[in-house]
Structure formats: C-alpha cells, structure tokens
Design a protein around this ligand. Structure first.
Ligand code: PTJ
Length: 257
C-alpha cells in the first residue's frame, strides 16, 4: 500500500506497515501488533514527543549503561523490526553493550529471524539465539537466556517487556532500565529506571547522551534515580495534555443572555 507523504499521520502509517510486513515475515509476533497499538495510544496521550521527564530518564540510563560492567539490551520481535538501526548506533557509542534476543512467543526459527533482522541493521554479534540458562521462577520462554549475555548482566535495558520478567531480573540483582510508553504497565512500575517514551526516540536520546555522560562515569557507581518521580512526571504530562484539550473544547459562556 502506498502511503502519501502528505497524509497527516504518514509516519505512524509507515511504522504500522513496517510492523505488518515484519509480522508476515515472522519477525514480529501477531501479538506484537496489538502491543504496538497500545503503545501508540499512550504516545497520543503523551503528545508524541519526549517529555522533560523522559529526557532526564534517558540521560540517567546512559550514565547507568556507562557505569555497568556487563550491560545487555534484550530484544524482542517489535524492537528488532522497529529499531535495529537505532540499536546499532547505540552499540557503536557503547561497544561493551551486548545485544540478546529474548522472545515471549519463542520458536528457534523466530529467534534466528530476529537475530538476522538485527544483523541486517548493523549489529554484528547477537546473543540469545541458542540460550543455555533459565532464569528461576519464570514460567514463560522469556526465562531462556544466554550464558554470555543476560545471565551475566549487571544492567539490562529492556524495551517493551513484561512485568514478570522485569521482576525476575531484579530478583537476580540486575539493574533494570525499561522503555515503555505505558506508565501504568507493570514493567514501568517495577523497573529501577523506567523510561516512559517511544522506543526509537528513547534509543536515540540515550545514544546522544553517552558522550556527554562519559566523563563522569565510574564502573560500578550508579547515580541514584528517583523512579517514582519519573512515573509521576509521565502522569503529570498526560494530565496537562488532557486538561489543555478539555479547556480548548469547553463551551464558552454566551455573551447574549
Ligand atoms: O516478540 P515477542 O514474542 O517477545 O513478543 C513481544 C510483545 C511486544 C508481543 C510482548 O512483549 C508483549 O505482549 O508485550 P506487552 O505486554 O503488550 O507490552 C508491550 C508494552 O510496550 C506495552 O505497555 C506498550 O504500551 C509498549 N509499547 C508498544 N510499542 C511501543 C511501546 N513502548 C515504547 N515504544 C513503542 N514503540
């Protein structure tokens, strides 16, 4: 389908078309399309741009990734389809960052397809295609991790994740940085450093913050992050936006009585 560049929602339509294409190729799970719709709805409410609170979280995430000894980013089908190139740029800025495929709807063939999508985007080494370790007390296939990747991580960046694994990773002592547009999700609520922003915007902002944070970074030293404040900021952004929209549509008092 041809998307007119003049369409007011051209970017959003292009993203949807890409996800549908990647779903037909077996990179994105059918459920991934539903997850994207949920994300889009929250992005509308957030004004489709990164809030000041999200930018702050993105700077803090860059600092934590620099301070980590073994940072890993966990990648599912949606992330590979939408952000292989932004992820490759992040890895170039932070060469120690390992990229691991981790799928909720896992089959060996799908894991291989997600990995080749990442390689096509410019990421040379991809972990997690043949996982050898299980995260304890996690029944889903998201428990399957790579001995050289998440199993050894001290900081894990998890875009579009589920709440159970967020909790399971934290229980292993791993610091969790999440990216999720939904501030009410269990992932956002349970993460150590919740970034309430769109995936590609968040990754670009983290990448740009890496050189700026480098001078202050010390391995193993993690600047405290106020996660409750980050969530409250996101709710306040949505509230402000809805209040503005409500006021703009409120009936004006009539001058003629
Ligand atoms: O590829 P798989 O098999 O690992 O499956 C991946 C999905 C995404 C299907 C799976 O992780 C899933 O079901 O996720 P959830 O529980 O629907 O959660 C996805 C979260 O990501 C939701 O809270 C959405 O709001 C959010 N989200 C969706 N798209 C974006 C997003 N957040 C940031 N940027 C987006 N582009």
């Amino acid at each position: 389908m041809r998307i007119s560049p003049r369409h007011p929602r051209a970017a959003s339509l292009r993203t949807r078309a890409r996800l549908a294409r990647e779903m037909r190729k077996g990179v994105v799970a059918p459920e991934g399309l539903i997850a994207h719709g949920r994300g889009e709805a929250f992005d509308y409410l957030l004004g489709e741009r990164s809030s000041a609170g999200a930018r702050k979280a993105e700077r803090a995430a860059a600092a934590w990734l620099l301070a980590a000894r073994r940072p890993v980013v966990s990648v599912n089908g949606n992330v590979a389809a939408l952000a292989a190139r932004p992820l490759a740029r992040l890895v170039r800025a932070l060469p120690g960052l390992r990229v691991e495929v981790n799928l909720f709807h896992r089959t060996p063939a799908r894991a291989a397809r997600v990995a080749s999508r990442l390689r096509a985007g410019g990421i040379r080494t991809v972990f997690g295609v043949h996982p050898t370790v299980r995260i304890p007390k996690l029944p889903s296939d998201r428990a399957l991790v790579d001995r050289e990747g998440i199993a050894q991580a001290d900081v894990c960046l998890i875009p579009l994740e589920d709440g159970d694994r967020t909790e399971a990773l934290r229980a292993l002592g791993i610091r969790v940085i999440s990216i999720d547009l939904n501030p009410l999700s269990r992932t956002s609520e349970r993460s150590d450093l919740p970034i309430i922003d769109e995936l590609t915007r968040a990754l670009d902002h983290i990448t740009r913050a890496i050189p700026l944070q480098k001078a202050q970074a010390r391995p193993g030293f993690f600047r405290p992050f106020d996660r409750s404040r980050a969530l409250a900021d996101a709710f306040a952004t949505i509230e402000r936006r809805l209040t503005r929209e409500t006021r703009a549509r409120a009936p004006r008092p009539s001058r003629h009585r």
